[in-house]
Design a binder for this molecule. Structure first.
Ligand code: PLP
Length: 273
């Protein structure tokens, strides 16, 4: 190992790179196939693509990219505020919801603190937590592959700062009901942030969807992560958002880089909404 490699923090040395799938053309070449013979399921992308309205917006805007984008994505914040009936400062726009997972971890975790992650969760959660030097605690799933909320509560100690929950979950497809969530949150200490990753919430039948907005209004330690990558078919744009009370978002915004979401992605997301 070089001196650079051995001088980086121990938790960086211990990390593995996130392995994403190759572009479909590369994979097809490796396998001696035509790209159209492969059905890509690995990243849960939307095979129907994006709407015509989004295509029109991006095509027009792509001719004018000499200016920096709006640093806070305020027009998208306004559009989200209108859609959900919450003030604009309850939203943070990020480069995919992945960025929000990392920003939340960086805001609340450090060496000596821990994050709790249910078994069978999205592989990015332990990565972003470990990158902050924090310990990760994986909690075994229930016998039907759901997050075991009781066992998660038992794992919380004075150094716990973050809990990841995915609803509905990737890859098991299980979900948590509103009652289960509220019963759980009532027992979580107020200095522990609970991130509900709702990347797939649009795929849950309406009557099964928890009232996440009411949950955020009631619990200042909750943040909801959503994305335009799945139901909206904009995975290539890298745009997602968080919903939380302004006090928590104000901290997360200190960690977020300005101009984190490019112009085309902001416009695409507004058109998609
Ligand atoms: C559960 C879950 N959360 C978050 C993401 C990240 O999505 P994005 O960064 O594209 O918003 C994914 C992507 O597959 C996912 O499965």
């Amino acid at each position: 190992m070089t001196t650079i490699a051995t001088s980086t923090p121990a938790w960086v040395q211990a990390l593995d790179k996130y392995v994403a799938s190759k572009p479909i053309e590369e994979l097809a070449a490796d396998l001696g196939l035509e790209p159209k013979e492969i059905i890509m399921l690995v990243a849960n992308e939307n095979p129907y693509g994006m709407s015509q309205k989004v295509k029109d917006k991006i095509a027009h805007a792509a001719l004018n990219l000499n200016r920096y984008p709006d640093a806070d994505s305020c027009y998208l914040q306004k559009a989200l505020s209108k859609k959900y009936g919450l003030p604009q400062d309850w939203f943070v726009v990020t480069s995919g919801s992945s960025e929000l997972l990392g920003l939340t971890a960086q805001t609340v975790l450090s060496e000596g603190k821990n994050a709790i992650i249910p078994q069978y969760s999205f592989s990015l959660y332990p990565m972003v937590a470990k990158l902050c030097g924090a310990e990760t605690r994986e909690v075994p799933a229930t016998s039907d592959y759901n997050a075991d909320l009781q066992r998660i509560l038992e794992q919380i100690d004075e150094n716990t700062r973050l809990i990841f929950l995915t609803n509905p979950n990737n890859p098991t497809g299980t979900y948590l009901s509103e009652k289960e969530i509220i019963d759980f949150l009532e027992k979580v200490p107020s200095n522990v942030v609970v991130l509900f990753d709702e990347a797939y919430v649009e795929f849950l039948e309406k009557e099964l969807q928890p009232d996440s907005l009411e949950i955020v209004k009631r619990f200042p330690n909750v943040i909801i992560a959503r994305t335009f990558s799945k139901a909206y078919g904009l995975a290539g744009c890298r745009v997602g958002y968080g919903i939380a009370q302004p006090e928590l978002l104000e901290l997360i915004n200190r960690v977020r880089h300005p101009f984190n979401v490019n112009d085309l992605s902001q416009l695409a997301a507004i058109a998609a909404l």
